[in-house]
Write a protein that binds this ligand. Sequence first.
Ligand code: UN1
Length: 484
Amino acid sequence: MSETIAAVGGENFIAGQWTPSQGGRTYERHNPWRPAEVVGEFPSSDAQDVAAAIDAAEAAWPAWSGLPAAKRGAFLARAADAIEARLEDIAHDMTREMGKPLRESRLEAGRAAAIFRFFSGEGWRPLGEVFEQSATGGAVYTRRRPLGVVGLITPWNFPAAIPAWKTGPALAYGNTVVLKLAQDAPLTGLHLARALEEAELPHGVFNVVIGRGGDVGEPLVADERVRAISFTGSVPVGQGVRELGTGAGKRVQLELGGHNPMIVADDAKLDPAVQAAYAGAFWSAGQKCTATRRIYAQDGIYEDFRARFLQRMSEGKVGDPADPETEVGPLVNESQFETVLAGIARGREEGGTLLAGGDRADPDAYLIAPALFEDVADDAFLSCEEVFGPVTSLYRFRTLEEAIERANSVRFGLSASVFTTDLEIADRCIRELQAGILHVNSQTAGADVHVPFGGSKSSGYGPHEQGRAAIEFYTEEITVYQDV
Ligand code: UN1
């Protein structure tokens, strides 16, 4: 039995029109806090809908790419205003459809607006560099050109920020977009479409299709009219996207998993380190690719850190994500919930000691009490593989060299953090930790909108996202020799 409380309808957004899927199929999305509650009904789209969206994006491209960049940026600035005007609605819908605690949903909705605002400014920034020809002294310069139609595939865990940080640069640099939203969180992404609609973006420049990866993602990646694919999600799906996309001769950018370490040195300020460890490991129920999965605490402070961390865990409010005080809400769906519980069970079977949490914390919700492990072997499952939930492990280390080596021992390299008051320790970590994003005295998660974001090793593929770095992926660079 399911009850419907103010369920809303969602449709695809194609050629400026809200349209049901051509096949007429739909699915219901349920609230992970109260799974009997239907959040809304959304299209289960297929290849026909993808083709229609690509047709629209292709038709819109010549006029859009021909507009001065500053005029394109003006649409993004208006869309940023529209997002800000509906910030509370977006935050509440995000919380209801995927369980992110409201305090974080609010921040994320604001981040989506900031991203559009940043990319609206790209219209005024340089699009190339000027040189002199070596033989004649005549002009030679580089120039960035848009690619054409780009396909964006986004996950449920940052349902506002990630669609915004792919769409913002794609549009600013003159591409047209087909965006596939995750089935577990379509409502939030549709707010972005409404904001762009309110900004009077020309029809077909931005299109949204909702549905399963196999039905929507695959035809999008395979279609030869799509010049580039930017994907954020799991490692196996990302690998499939890379094979299909590069095989079809297109650009591919992947943001995949992480297994992010935090090193706490003997000289660290412990209270901020404990706060950062808690936030990094457990906010958004650990459903961030930047979440803290391993905490290496040095011998001298190990016991003290552990005691303070356990204390902090006992204080954090776990429960209803719509309560603004809640720090840890439910997992996104039943299958993630089961997978995370299985990861916790495996951690124990392999000899890990569960110091706190790890059980179901509500009879209805997909809620797991934040889990802290100790004595997990370096080669155990929990130390190497991403368990996408509120689960982290504490390890003891003696020397910095050892901590860095163990921190680097996984195949991922997204983010890393070190807590220390010693500049030499910080400097060594900055040089040696294998991660695309390094934090000195802050948590492993978080991403400012105006700087590059992306991982090394198996965490990413292709140029980094966000900030000015996004121009690499969403444009091609040409060189112009110009003589009179
Ligand atoms: C953040 O840490 O605020 O999917 C952003 C993810 C990352 C984004 C993290 N691509 O979790």
